[in-house]
Design a binder for this molecule. Structure first.
Ligand SMILES: O=C(CO)[C@@H](O)[C@H](O)COP(=O)(O)O
Ligand SMILES: [Fe+2]
Length: 221
């Protein structure tokens, strides 16, 4: 049976009460914390940096922190987030001049490494670095904002990515990010994803546990 993981994106959390919000989603059954880092350069929005990741660790968060870098360039941020307690660090191939080197840097710092593909980016950019991936993240919206609608063409790309991973014989998670809801999560899992980022679908719900349980139930059917 697939080991599904649900990773609430704190982009949709109440930043004024971030520690409490993260505690609440973990208590409600979330597996990971998805941490969106935006630099107003690679994407047209600005969010949070390594000090906030470190603060969450200091606050007592022990769950995996899945750092999604939407910054350019990436290597300095990789070093800072590794120091700050990140578990996974993923970045967009367009944002690094030397993708293979940046992946190696993440792993050399003791973190798990991943690449993130935008909706219009093909799988070709991962083909020759598959052996250096712990995770492949497919964006199902254009990066920069929460609350957007899932782009249906991602389902076809997920199937291709699943085949690429299975053919490699390696242990690589396949994560999906953007517009994931209780209504489409089963279809997304059927296309091959095993790790689900959900921001607005969880943090905009009145009851986080009910929202996460509904997603898990959909994954079981
Ligand atoms: O990386 C991003 C956006 O760039 C995401 O992680 C979003 O924060 C997901 O939010 P929802 O689409 O689930 O509301
Ligand atoms: Fe993200």
């Amino acid at each position: 049976m697939t080991d599904f993981k649900i990773a609430p994106s704190i982009l949709s959390a109440d930043f004024a009460r971030l520690g409490e919000e993260v505690d609440a989603v973990l208590e409600a059954g979330a597996d990971w914390v998805h941490f969106d880092v935006m630099d107003n350069h690679y994407v047209p929005n600005l969010t949070i940096g390594p000090m906030v990741c470190q603060a969450l660790r200091k606050h007592g968060v022990e769950a995996p922190i899945d750092v999604h870098l939407m910054v350019e360039p990436v290597d300095d941020m990789i070093r800072m987030f590794a120091d700050a307690g990140a578990t996974y660090i993923t970045f967009h191939p367009e944002a690094s001049r030397h993708v293979d080197r940046s992946l190696q840097l993440i792993q050399s710092l003791g973190c798990k490494a991943g690449l993130v593909l935008n909706p219009a980016t093909g799988l070709d950019s991962v083909r020759y670095v598959v052996d250096k991936l712990d995770m492949l993240l497919l964006m199902s919206v254009n990066p920069g904002f929460g609350g957007q609608k899932f782009i249906p063409a991602t389902l076809c790309k997920l199937r291709e990515a699943r085949k690429l991973i299975d053919d490699s014989g390696l242990d690589i998670r396949l994560e999906i990010d953007g517009g994931v809801t209780r209504d489409n999560i089963a279809e997304i899992a059927a296309a091959g994803a095993d790790t689900f980022v959900a921001g607005s679908a969880i943090f905009n719900a009145d009851d986080y546990a009910e929202a996460i349980t509904a997603m898990r139930s959909a994954l079981k059917n």
